[in-house]
Design a protein around this ligand. Structure first.
Ligand code: PEP
Ligand code: MN
Length: 336
């Protein structure tokens, strides 16, 4: 899926579309109503852009899609024969808005893609799918566009891949698209994120493409030229979930067997660790000693991080792992 962040004019839309005519594009995108964070930013051209978008799609023989945020947007998009709709991240975060859109789509057979909510909240994302499904919209997809976190650097929106991975586990039948443009916020990061999405078996990509990105009225830094888009897609190494190569299958089965054994030992050891922790909890209780002893916790973290480094485990990973174990250990001691 490719096309500009915003539909800006009839000629911008047509130029961009014509330049994508023979590119690897299945759907042409363009934003008509733009949810801008601050009120004085460009908020989209509105209704008049719908016919520019549709015309550009017809000129290159491709279906077109746009974002809808209200029942009025839905009605206007349908009356202009827009082929595919999506719900934006800010809208998915609001169940009232999603329900209003769902009600407006009752009985309408149009594909709808749902972007993740701005916060990493799987429940809201699933909830939006359920609201649409309930009114009879059956052709649904999700779009991962990253999350607004306190610190998303170097991204505009942190990808936090475990959230879309979990989504895929919960609703494997729903195709999942990745939107590297809004994750990155910057065109220099796009190729790596697009490749990562392909490696994680996403079903498609949505990438912002503008005939002249530097003059774009929104999201200038992240938009690609049509040529830049083609170069990016051609540079992606596409993957399949598996292969029938016998040697590969044999090797991977053997390695997975070893992983399974290690994991089983790992769970066994964690259980033993927790039993010791409970015994410590009893000693502490009998002696009126606090559950948390900051100096002991600091020592654990420091020594484990140091040991982890000798095994090529990052400080961040070992810290997160121990924070999880420590929290669980505290919970067990609190139970005591
Ligand atoms: C967009 O796709 O142009 C857009 C506004 O995205 P998001 O809802 O992900 O911010
Ligand atoms: Mn955009």
């Amino acid at each position: 899926i490719a096309g500009p962040c915003s539909v800006e004019s009839e000629s911008q839309m047509m130029k961009t579309a014509m330049a994508l005519k023979d590119a690897p594009v299945d759907i042409l995108r363009g934003g008509i109503w733009k949810p801008r964070t601050r009120p004085n930013a460009f908020a989209g051209v509105g209704n008049k852009g719908l016919s520019w978008l549709k015309k550009a799609g017809e000129a290159i023989g491709k279906p077109v899609g746009t974002e809808v945020a209200t029942p009025m947007h839905v009605e206007l998009a349908l009356s202009h024969e827009i082929d595919i709709l999506w719900i934006g991240a800010r809208t998915t975060a609001n169940p009232f808005s999603v329900q209003a859109i769902a009600d407006a789509l009752k009985g309408v057979d149009i594909p709808v893609m749902i972007k993740n909510p701005v916060s990493p909240d799987i429940g809201l994302w699933l909830g939006a799918l359920e609201r649409l499904n309930k009114v009879g919209v059956k052709r649904l997809a999700t779009i991962h566009r990253g999350f607004s976190l306190v610190d998303s650097r170097p991204y505009r929106n942190q990808p936090t891949w475990r959230i879309p991975i979990e989504m895929k586990r919960k609703v494997p039948e729903i195709p999942m698209i990745c939107d590297p443009s809004h994750i990155c916020g910057n065109r220099s990061l796009l190729a790596a994120v697009a490749q990562e999405a392909v490696d994680l078996l996403f079903d498609g990509l949505m990438i912002e493409v503008h005939n002249d990105p530097n003059s774009a009225m929104s999201d200038k830094e992240q938009q690609l030229t049509p040529a830049g888009y083609v170069k990016l897609v051609n540079g992606i190494n596409f993957k399949t979930e598996t292969t029938d190569n016998d040697e590969f299958l044999k090797k991977i089965t053997q390695l997975r067997g070893e992983i399974n054994k290690l994991d089983s030992t790992f769970i066994e050891l964690l259980g033993q660790r927790m039993t010791l922790s409970e015994e410590i909890g009893i000693c502490k209780k009998e002696n009126n000693v606090s559950v948390l002893q900051p100096s002991r916790w600091a020592e654990i973290l420091e020594t484990r991080v140091a040991q982890g480094k000798t095994k090529n485990l990052s400080e961040d990973f070992v810290t997160k792992l121990y924070q999880l174990m420590h929290e669980e250990s505290i919970r067990h001691q609190e139970d005591v």
